[in-house]
Design a protein around this ligand. Structure first.
Ligand SMILES: NC(=O)c1ccc[n+]([C@@H]2O[C@H](COP(=O)([O-])OP(=O)(O)OC[C@H]3O[C@@H](n4cnc5c(N)ncnc54)[C@H](OP(=O)(O)O)[C@@H]3O)[C@@H](O)[C@H]2O)c1
Length: 270
C-alpha cells in the first residue's frame, strides 16, 4: 500500500514514524509539504520522498492522508480535486466534515475521517474512524491496517461522535502532559529533584493505566483502593473535589467538543 500525506507536520510526523516502526518502508510513503524546515526534518529523519507538488506527491498512491490544519484544507485540495479520483482519502483534520470535503473534491465518495493522537509515533496511539457510506469493505480494511499499525482503532457510526473522540483522545495527550507537568512541579516544590518528580509522575500514570487496563474493577473501585480511610490520598482528593477539579475537567472537554463542532460549521462554506 503506497500512502501519500498532504501536510507533514506534527501529527503526520507521528503517524509516519509509527508506520515506519511498524513495517512500512519510506519508499511506500510520500509527503506533500510546503514548509522547508518540515521537509528537511522528514527527509533527514525517515529518508522519504518529500515534495511541495501535490501532483507529484500523490501520483502512484492508493491512499491519501490529509494532514494539514483544518483552515488550510480547502486551499490544499480544491484546485487539485481531479487528482484524487479513485483514491481512498483519509482526513485527520479536526472538525472538517466528510460531506464538505467530498464537495471540495468533486463529490468524491471514498472518504474516511480519522482522529488519531500523537502517541501514534511510538505505536501507542488511538484513532477514532468514520466512513462515508460509499466507502467499501476493502477500503475500510485498508484504513484499519494503516491505523492499527500505529495503535488501537475505534470505528464510530455517526460522524458527530468524532467531535467527542477529538475532545477525548485527540486532545487527550495534552491533558495528560498538563497533569504530568503539574505533578512534576508539585513534586519539585515538595523537595524532590525535577527529574525524580518527573519519573515518579510518568511511572504513576503508566502503572495506574496498565492496572486499569488489566483489571475488571471499575475506575472508582481502583481509586478507592488507594484512598485509605483517614489517610493521605483522602485529603488530596477532598481538596480536588472542593476545587471542583472533576467539574472543571468535564467542562473543558465539553468546550473542546463544542469547538470541534464549531470548526465543522466554520469551514462548511469555505
Ligand atoms: N497534533 C495533533 O495532536 C492532532 C491530532 C489529531 C488530528 N490532528 C489534525 O491533524 C492536522 C495537522 O495538525 P498538526 O498539528 O500536525 O499541524 P501542523 O504541524 O501545522 O502540520 C501541518 C503542515 O502542513 C503544512 N501545509 C500547509 N498547507 C499545505 C499544503 N497546501 N500542502 C502541503 N503542506 C501544507 C503546514 O505548513 P505551514 O506550517 O507552513 O502552514 C504544516 O507544516 C490538523 O488538521 C489537526 O486537526 C492533529
Amino acid at each position: 500500500m503506497n500512502i501519500a500525506f498532504i501536510g507533514g507536520g506534527n501529527m503526520a510526523g507521528a503517524m509516519i514514524g509509527g508506520l515506519i516502526r511498524h513495517g512500512h518502508t519510506p519508499s511506500q510513503i510520500s509527503v506533500v509539504e510546503i514548509d522547508a524546515q518540515q521537509q528537511q526534518r522528514l527527509v533527514k529523519e525517515y529518508g522519504m520522498t518529500v515534495t511541495a507538488s501535490i501532483a507529484d506527491g500523490i501520483r502512484g498512491s492508493e491512499i491519501v492522508v490529509l494532514a494539514v490544519k483544518p483552515q488550510q484544507l480547502h486551499a490544499a485540495v480544491s484546485e487539485s480535486a481531479q487528482l484524487f479520483q479513485g483514491k481512498l482519502v483519509i482526513s485527520i483534520a479536526a472538525g472538517v466534515r466528510a460531506d464538505d470535503l467530498s464537495q471540495w473534491l468533486n463529490r468524491h465518495e471514498f472518504i474516511i475521517r480519522a482522529m488519531p493522537n500523537t502517541p501514534a509515533l511510538i505505536g501507542k496511539g488511538v484513532t477514532g474512524l468514520y466512513a462515508l457510506p460509499r466507502v467499501d469493505t476493502r477500503q475500510k480494511e485498508q484504513a484499519t491496517r494503516i491505523l492499527a499499525g500505529i495503535g488501537t482503532i475505534v470505528w464510530v457510526d455517526e460522524e458527530a461522535q468524532l467531535d467527542a473522540v477529538t475532545a477525548l483522545s485527540g486532545c487527550g495527550p495534552a491533558y495528560v502532559f498538563y497533569f504530568l507537568e503539574a505533578m512534576q512541579q508539585a513534586g519539585a516544590e515538595l523537595g524532590l529533584t525535577a527529574d525524580t518528580a518527573k519519573q515518579l509522575a510518568m511511572q504513576t500514570f503508566l502503572g495506574a493505566t496498565y492496572l486499569a487496563v488489566q483489571s475488571d474493577d471499575t475506575l472508582a473501585t481502583l481509586r478507592t483502593r488507594v484512598t485509605s480511610k483517614g489517610g493521605v490520598t483522602e485529603q488530596a482528593l477532598l481538596s480536588m473535589e472542593q476545587s471542583d477539579i472533576r467539574g472543571a475537567f468535564i467542562r473543558a472537554m465539553h468546550i473542546a467538543n463544542d469547538r470541534s463542532r464549531e470548526m465543522g460549521e466554520m469551514f462548511r462554506h469555505t
